[in-house]
Design a protein around this ligand. Structure first.
Ligand code: GAF
Length: 376
């Protein structure tokens, strides 16, 4: 354990935080101009910071003695590597976008698991962004910080991600899911309180080993873009569910056809889920989760055995619905269960994992939490 004071030998000017997320439904739809429905988690990344007047940013994190330093003036994509590429990328995009940030000492702490598909990258970018801006008293709309964080991840880190994770980290509110329409760039806060209905949203990290996540993500995105171009639309969002069969008949590539079917049906499932939540019918959202998982497994082909076993076991234990959440190829599942069955559902998954020789899964609290803010 270390602290800002131990590492930098001075007192901080303030501390800022940004949370991770789980997406309730709407997977791999964001980069298709679609709809998503994430909640922010209580797990978050904090950045404790002080301003410096020499144009240098120094970053350190809990558990690491090393301090990594870079000069704001000489930042270019690729110039800072390892985990510090995220704070460097955020500093770079803020400067490129004309924000008068200056040098800083940044101490990063986290209770958000990395590599679990809970968007720790977006949380680190957003926490760094609000800290660097906050140190200079610069006020920026949260959705704009999210957009800058996405640009940093796309252009500095080199990951072709969509805008869902950053928006969740910046714009979620406690007790709500964030209904985000990417094409319209509009957000609506949807009350989400499973406990009030006697329900629990289980979030289970299946601890699957990393399997070529980045390349597969880029390949899915490319496939969607190729299909949109072949269909003569700006993005797959433009294909209505009623026109899906016609669109599929115009595509020659079977893989592209299945990718398109996932995206178009998934966007429709988000709309159905939101309508059911508005109508107070949360239990009826369960089957949409399960249909989403089947689509991600069979058409989008981004599940792994751990995710499928966890979902199948949750359903066999009586879950109302379950699905993988996030980018895929590992990470977490969510399962909507009667609260009275939450413990036995998790135990059933633990047993199934032991039987399959998988790593031991862990569960997280899924309390819908607020987006990024100043801590002190
Ligand atoms: C990852 C990406 F970062 C998001 O933009 C989104 O595409 C998600 O995978 C899949 O829905 O988290």
């Amino acid at each position: 354990m270390s602290s800002f004071e131990e590492v930098f030998g001075t007192t901080p000017d303030g501390a800022w935080r940004a949370p991770g997320r789980v997406n309730l439904i709407g997977e791999h739809t964001d980069y298709n101009d679609g709809l998503v429905l994430p909640i922010a988690l209580p797990n978050e990344i904090s950045v404790t910071a002080s301003a410096r007047d020499d144009g240098i940013v120094a970053v350190s994190s809990n558990g690491q003695q090393a301090v990594i330093e870079f000069a704001l003036d000489s930042l270019t994509p690729g110039s800072v590597t390892d985990w510090a590429t995220y704070p460097a990328g955020m500093a770079w995009i803020l400067r490129e976008s004309g924000y008068a940030i200056g040098g800083a000492n940044l101490f990063v702490d986290s209770d958000l698991p990395t590599g679990a598909g809970l968007s720790s990258s977006a949380a680190l970018l957003c926490a760094t962004g609000v800290a660097l801006l906050g140190l200079r008293g610069i006020e920026v709309d949260p959705a704009e910080v999210a957009r800058l964080a996405q640009k940093a991840e796309n252009q500095y880190v080199g990951a072709p991600v969509g805008l869902m994770d950053q928006m969740a980290s910046m714009c979620c509110t406690a007790g709500h899911a964030l209904y985000f329409d990417i094409r319209a760039m509009s957000t609506t806060q949807i009350p989400f309180d499973p406990e009030a209905d006697g329900l629990t949203l289980l979030v289970i990290d299946v601890k699957a080993p990393h399997r070529h996540v980045d390349g597969e993500y880029a390949a899915r995105r490319k496939s969607c873009e190729n299909a949109a171009a072949a269909l003569g639309v700006p993005a797959l969002r433009s294909i209505a569910l009623a026109d899906l069969d016609d669109a599929l008949s115009r595509l020659s590539d079977d893989v592209d056809r299945r990718r398109v079917r996932h995206v178009v049906t998934e966007i429709d499932r988000v709309e159905q889920a939101v309508a059911l939540m508005h109508a107070g019918r949360l239990r009826d959202v369960g089957p949409l989760f399960t249909a989403s998982h089947a689509s991600l497994r069979d058409d989008f082909e981004i599940t792994v055995p751990e995710l499928d076993v966890a979902v199948d076991t949750a359903l066999a234990a009586g879950a109302l619905g379950a699905r993988m959440t996030g980018g895929g190829f590992g990470g977490c599942i969510i399962a909507l269960v009667e609260t009275t069955k939450a413990d036995e559902t998790f135990k059933a998954i633990e047993k199934a994992f032991a039987d399959h020789g998988f790593r031991t899964p862990t569960s997280l609290a899924a309390t819908p939490s607020p987006g990024a803010s100043k801590l002190s």
